[in-house]
Write a protein that binds this ligand. Structure first.
Ligand SMILES: Cc1cc2nc3c(=O)[nH]c(=O)nc-3n(C[C@H](O)[C@H](O)[C@H](O)COP(=O)(O)OP(=O)(O)OC[C@H]3O[C@@H](n4cnc5c(N)ncnc54)[C@H](O)[C@@H]3O)c2cc1C
Length: 622
C-alpha cells in the first residue's frame, strides 16, 4: 500500500501540535489536519500556561524538543514562580499569556518545522487496513493515507455547550463546530465512549472595571524562560488584579441554582473537581465567606479580562447579575458569557502506555479525548503519541516514559493503568518522585533520551551539554572551596546559625535557607555558569539525602519494570490470582510487573502469583 504521509495528526490544539512536531523531528512526513487553521494553538479557556506540576510538564516537553515552552516565552505577559517559599520539588513556573501572541507563536513554530504540512479539514472517519489505521477521510471527501493516525480532537467530539437549562448549542467550544461524524465512527469501531464536562468563566471589558476596588498583583520580574534551548525576548509585562466573590454573589447564585446547567440536571457528565464552577464552590464549601477572583488580561492589545474563579453555566442574565456583585465589577460590561461544555472522551485504559489504542493498531489518542483536562496535560500526551506513532509504524520499540523520568510518565501511566472517573489533571502529589521530577532539572532528565531518539538538533544538543557542564563546574567548585566563619556569617545571618571553623561550601550549602550562590560569592569563588545552573546545583546539594532515597526507590521500580508481561498472557486462566485481579489484568494488559502493581485491586500476593504463572506460561509456550 502506498502512503501519502507517515503520520496524520488530527487536531491542532495542544496535543496535536506537539504530536506533529515530535513526529517531524524524528524525520516523518506529517500531515497536521485540523478543522480550522486559524485556531491552531488556541487556548479554549484561561490564557495561562504552567502552574503546579504543569509548569514542570512544559519544561519536560521543551527538553524533548516540543514547542509549548518556546511559544509561552514569546507570549508571556506576566510570569510568577508559584510556591517559591516552599521546597524546590513544588516550585511551579506559571505564565499569563497574550492569547493571540501564543497562537501566532505556535503557528510560526509549526511552520518553521520541516516535515509538517498544515491542512484545514474536518475529519469524519478513519481509513483502516485490516486491524490497522491507515488514514482519514474529511467532510469534503478528501482521503489521506498514512502509516499512523494520532487523534487529538479535544472537547470537540459531540461537544455541546450549555448555558442555563434551556440553551444548548452543538459546538467544539464557543465559535467552533463540533466533530460528530468522527465520534460516531470511533464508537462504531468498538471503543468505549463516555462523557465529561468542563466550563469557562465570563470575560469583561477592562474599561468598565473600577480599579480602585481591586488589588494589583505584579509578576516576579525574573529572567526565567520555559525553554532551555531558545531565549526569546519577553513581551511587555502587565499586572493581574485580585478581587472577591462574597455573600452578595453567593446569594444570587443560590437563588438561581436550579437554572444552572450543572445543577438543573441538563448535564450528566462529570467535571474537573480541581477547577470547579462557581456554583460548585458555593454548594460544596457553604462555610467559605468569600472566593478569590483574578482578573487576568487576555492580551496586550485588548482590554478584555478573563475572570478567573467564576466559571459558570448559569443563564447569561444571571451571570451579569453576579458579576456586578463582585467588588470592582459593579459596572462591568460582559464581553462574553461563561458556559459549560459536555464532550465525549475515551476511557484511557483502552490505550497502551505509548497511547496506541488496543482496538486499532497504529491509531493513537492524545489530549482531552483521553479524559484529561488542561493544555499541558494534553501537550505532554501529544509528545508521547507523536514519538510512538513514528516508532511503531516504523517497526521500532515504543518509548515509554517512566514515573521516575517525567511527570508526563506519571500522567500516562495513571491514565492507562488506573483510568479516570473525573477529568484528570496533574498535581505534584500524583508523583512518588517529586524531588527527582523538578522543573529545573527537566533537561538533565530528558535531553539524553531526546538525543538518543534523534529528537534534537546539533545546536540543541550543544545547549544541553553546556548546561550539564556548567552544573558540574558549580558542584566541583562548591566541593573544592572552603569558607571561613567570618565570610559565611552574613550569608548565615538569617538562619540563626554560624560556622565554628572553616567548612566546605558544598557542606554549608546543605543548611536550610542558605543560597549556594551567596556562599560562593562570599567565599570569593568565581563560576562562569548561568544562574539557573547554580540554582540546580544548589538543590542537588541541599537535598542530597532525599534525592538518594528517591533514586533508590526508582531503581527498585526499574527492576519491577524490567519484568515484562507479554501482551498475550491468558490472565483469566491464572486461577491462583483473585478474580478481580484476573479481570483487571485482562482488561488493562500491563506491559510490566511495575505497571501491574499499580492497578487498583491487584494485591501483593496476586503479583507474586503472577510472576509464578507467567514463568509457567513462558515454559509452556516456549
Ligand atoms: C469551555 C472550556 C473550558 C475549559 N476549562 C478548562 C479548565 O478550567 N481547566 C483546564 O485545565 N482546562 C480547561 N479546558 C480544557 C483545555 O482547553 C483543554 O484541556 C485543552 O485545550 C486540550 O487540548 P487538546 O489538544 O486535547 O484539545 P483542543 O485544544 O480542544 O484542540 C482540539 C483540536 O482538534 C481540532 N479538531 C477537533 N475535531 C476535529 C476533526 N474531526 N477534524 C479535524 N480537526 C478536529 C480542533 O479544531 C482543535 O484544533 C477547557 C476547555 C473548554 C472548551
Amino acid at each position: 500500500m502506498s502512503f501519502d504521509y507517515d503520520v496524520i495528526v488530527v487536531g491542532a490544539g495542544h496535543a496535536g501540535t506537539e504530536a506533529a512536531v515530535m513526529a517531524a523531528r524524528l524525520g516523518a512526513r506529517v500531515l497536521l489536519l485540523t478543522s480550522n487553521l486559524d485556531t491552531i494553538g488556541a487556548m479554549s479557556c484561561n490564557p495561562a500556561i504552567g502552574g503546579i506540576a504543569k509548569g514542570t510538564v512544559v519544561r519536560e516537553i521543551d527538553a524533548l524538543g516540543g514547542i509549548m515552552g518556546r511559544a509561552t516565552d514569546r507570549a508571556t505577559i506576566q510570569f510568577r514562580m508559584l510556591n517559591r517559599s516552599k521546597g524546590p520539588a513544588v516550585w511551579a513556573p506559571r505564565a499569563q499569556c497574550d492569547r493571540t501572541l501564543y497562537r501566532r507563536a505556535v503557528r510560526s513554530l509549526l511552520e518553521a518545522c520541516p516535515g509538517i504540512e498544515l491542512t484545514q479539514g474536518m475529519v469524519t472517519r478513519l481509513l483502516t487496513d485490516g486491524t490497522r489505521a491507515a488514514g482519514v477521510v474529511t467532510a469534503d471527501g478528501r482521503r489521506f493515507r498514512a502509516r499512523a493516525v494520532v487523534l487529538t480532537a479535544g472537547t470537540f467530539l459531540r461537544g455541546r455547550i450549555h448555558l442555563g437549562t434551556d440553551t444548548q448549542i452543538p459546538a467544539g467550544r464557543a465559535g467552533d463546530q463540533p466533530a460528530v461524524d468522527i465520534a460516531q465512527h470511533i464508537e462504531a469501531l468498538g471503543l468505549t465512549v463516555s462523557r465529561f464536562k468542563t466550563g469557562t468563566p465570563p470575560r469583561v471589558d477592562g474599561r468598565s472595571v473600577d480599579w480602585s476596588k481591586v488589588e494589583r498583583q505584579d509578576g516576579d520580574g525574573t529572567d526565567y524562560r520555559f525553554s532551555f534551548y531558545d531565549r526569546a525576548e519577553l513581551p511587555r509585562q502587565v499586572p493581574c488584579w485580585i478581587t472577591w466573590a462574597g455573600e452578595a454573589v453567593k446569594d444570587i447564585i443560590r437563588a438561581h441554582l436550579q437554572e444552572s446547567a450543572l445543577y438543573g440536571g441538563a448535564i450528566s457528565g462529570r467535571g474537573p473537581r480541581y477547577c470547579p464552577s462557581v456554583e460548585d464552590k458555593i454548594v460544596k464549601f457553604p462555610e467559605a465567606k468569600r472566593h478569590q477572583v483574578f482578573l487576568e488580561p487576555e492580551g496586550l492589545d485588548t482590554n478584555e479580562l478573563y475572570v478567573n474563579g467564576l466559571s459558570t453555566s448559569l443563564p447569561v442574565p444571571v451571570q451579569l447579575e453576579f458579576l456586578r456583585a463582585v467588588p470592582g465589577l459593579e459596572r462591568a460590561k460582559m464581553t462574553r458569557p461563561g458556559y459549560a461544555i459536555e464532550y465525549d472522551y475515551y476511557p484511557p485504559t483502552q490505550l497502551t502506555p505509548w497511547l496506541e489504542t488496543k482496538a486499532v493498531e497504529h491509531l493513537f489518542f492524545a489530549g482531552q479525548i483521553n479524559g484529561t483536562t488542561g493544555y499541558e496535560e494534553a501537550a505532554g500526551q501529544g509528545v508521547v503519541a507523536g514519538i510512538n506513532a513514528v516508532r511503531r509504524s516504523g517497526g521500532a520499540e515504543p518509548v515509554i516514559l517512566g514515573r521516575d523520568d517525567a511527570y508526563i510518565g506519571v500522567l500516562v501511566d495513571d491514565l492507562v493503568t488506573r483510568g479516570v472517573d473525573e477529568p484528570y489533571r496533574l498535581f505534584t502529589s500524583r508523583s512518588e518522585f517529586r524531588l527527582l521530577l523538578r522543573q529545573d532539572n527537566a533537561l538533565r532528565r530528558l535531553a539524553p533520551l531526546a538525543e538518543r531518539l534523534g529528537l534534537l538538533t546539533a545546536v540543541e544538543r550543544k545547549v544541553a551539554t553546556r548546561r550539564f557542564q556548567e552544573e558540574e563546574e558549580v558542584l566541583r567548585a562548591a566541593r573544592a572551596a572552603t569558607i571561613t566563619p567570618s565570610a559565611a556569617a552574613p550569608v548565615l545571618a538569617d538562619t540563626g546559625t554560624t560556622l565554628g571553623e572553616p567548612e566546605r561550601v558544598a557542606s554549608v550549602a546543605r543548611r536550610p535557607g542558605v543560597s549556594l550562590r551567596a556562599l560562593l560569592d562570599a567565599a570569593g569563588v568565581t563560576v562562569t555558569a548561568e544562574e539557573a545552573a547554580v540554582v540546580s546545583a544548589g538543590i542537588e546539594l541541599k537535598y542530597d539525602g532525599y534525592l538518594a532515597r528517591e533514586r533508590e526507590a526508582a531503581a527498585r521500580l526499574a527492576e519491577l519494570a524490567g519484568f515484562a508481561l507479554p501482551a498475550d498472557l491468558p490472565y483469566l486462566e491464572f486461577k491462583s490470582l483473585a478474580t478481580e485481579a484476573r479481570q483487571k489484568l485482562d482488561r488493562i494488559r500491563p506491559t510490566s510487573l511495575a505497571q501491574a502493581a499499580r492497578i487498583p485491586g491487584v494485591s501483593p500476593s496476586d503479583l507474586h502469583n503472577l510472576v509464578v504463572e507467567t514463568a509457567r506460561w513462558r515454559r509452556r509456550v516456549a
